[in-house]
Design a protein around this ligand. Sequence first.
Ligand code: UDP
Length: 324
Amino acid sequence: MKVLVAGGAGYIGSVTTEMLCDAGHDVVVFDNLERGYREAIDPRAKFLQGDLRCKENIKSALLIERPEAVIHFAAYIEVGESMKEPMPFFENNVSGSLNLMSAMVESGCKKLIFSSTCATYGTPERMPMDETLPQLPESVYGESKYLCEHIFKWGGDIHDIECVFLRYFNACGATDKYGEAHNPESHLIPLILQVAQGKREKIFIFGDDYETRDGTCVRDYIHIKDLAQAHILALKPGVQGSFNLGNGDGYTVKDVIEVCREVTGHPIPTELEPRRAGDCTALVADATKAKTELGWNPQFADLKTIVQSAWDWHQSHPNGYTTS
Ligand code: UDP
């Protein structure tokens, strides 16, 4: 298939582009390079630099390239940042998605796979979390993705565009070529690995007074390759709706630090900090629907395997990506 990947220079977009190319798809990456990296774009893909906030950019890309599907990753992603500077999240994530949907309607593209998040659920009333839970986001980031889902749902229903919402739990790990290099970094695993690399003195634990096994937040960590695989499966004609993507295993922040100690052999000093605004206590997926309806079969569920792949990538890319 010919697929346009919006945000293909970012972390999840770069790995999905690599795997789409491996699977023989014809890929066009559309990215503004604000937070992504030119170097992270698979050379087999065609690159168009553009910004979803500019409707003409995405409209002309779709009219010229005529992809059969769009996979949309382009967004601001940090919960903490969204609670300090909310408006850029609505502007980039929501109005960018609105422009994308309008451009898809105008260009006749009939399939969208959207990078959504478990943060759209807020604190769930039961665990593990399936797709029937109410969506009550507790952060601006989660709210922005929730609003995008609504735009796509209505646009898709009325204009006959198949929309798939993949609600990720915590993406991590790397392929040999592409890994996680946000700047500034805010995610737990890469930050811990920066301590092991000697770039940071210690890792801050954001709160140990949550109602969990050891007081720290619980998350479901999923390998980036497994995540990317789900996007490829979702391209199949007829697939639409929402799917939670996680392994169903909950790890506390302290568990993750311990696994990183085992993998890196570094003591990883820690310091306790207050809770981070917008963080939910625990988020663990029930991915039964993705497994039964998409045929999704995660291959790298073990946290040690995931952290090892991230560590290998950070060691082979000690400065992350070097060009913006
Ligand atoms: N976290 C932490 N210290 C850090 C970064 C993250 O304790 O330096 C915690 C954070 O509060 C959350 C978990 O690690 O409970 C995962 O955070 P991350 O930002 O990686 O992903 P999120 O769950 O926010 O999408």
